[in-house]
Design a protein around this ligand. Sequence first.
Ligand SMILES: Cc1cc2nc3c(=O)[nH]c(=O)nc-3n(C[C@H](O)[C@H](O)[C@H](O)COP(=O)(O)O)c2cc1C
Length: 272
Amino acid sequence: MSRLPRFADEWLYHLRFWRGLIHVTFRNTHAVDAGGVTSIENPCGSWDMTITDEEAIRLDGSARTKRLPLPVIHKTPLPRPSSIPTSFLLALAERRSAEHFVPIPSGDLATWLYYCASVQSVHSDDPNRQRRFVASIGALHPAHIILGSPNGKWSAYLSEEHALGDLIVNAEAALQVRAKAMQLFGSSEATLVALISDRDLVGNYYANASALMLRDASILLGHAALVAAALGLAFRILGSSGTPSLENVVSNLPFQPMATGLAWIGKREEFT
Ligand SMILES: Cc1cc2nc3c(=O)[nH]c(=O)nc-3n(C[C@H](O)[C@H](O)[C@H](O)COP(=O)(O)O)c2cc1C
């Protein structure tokens, strides 16, 4: 926290140096040359097709539209984040996929959300681009964190406001997502962390961006696992993006969703 710039002129300094540094990394196509492809037995069809399908194309962004918020019905401000009680080295040593979860207290959840997804600053030329503690494609941060509590309530983290917003959900889709997560790792007292990414926001800047959006969400989950470890919380990434049910969970979404990840979070169960 202490390394963050605190004053307006410091923000301007940082934003000036930040400008113009956002590029997409294209998938490297040098590994197999044309001669190599023809000499390899390839029963699955064309290698070129596979590569082209996954490649994102950067657009000029001139026709961009504004990021749209999730449709929440009630907002609850979250407590200020607590300080992180451990060193980075200990957090690394402590990170393990948890086996046992008990319900997460709201203060711990607030601190975890803050260090995962709160907004520190917004780009001066393009407010769609934000600076958060985690990296993201084009600084767009298209993945929304939505939370499914063990009591069946669903809410969304509102990154700009450090608040939770209650969501109206499609009950059947919500049950399907929870059932899928339980199938991957059973945990009745944990909160489900589900990532829903905004295809329309990303579509302003990149064509063919599905693979990029999945990678973006995976970065967030990896970051989230380390933050949870630093806070002494229980966390487990799951091997499903949540597709297709997760894309139908939130009612009245104002953008095209892409389900991009699931995880469990809770408090660690202490054994005596
Ligand atoms: C992309 C990804 C998918 C995973 N999927 C599951 C899963 O579906 N169920 C599960 O119990 N654990 C899942 N895990 C957790 C791994 O099993 C766990 O990370 C691995 O066993 C290593 O243990 P560690 O995280 O404690 O080091 C997943 C982890 C990752 C990174």
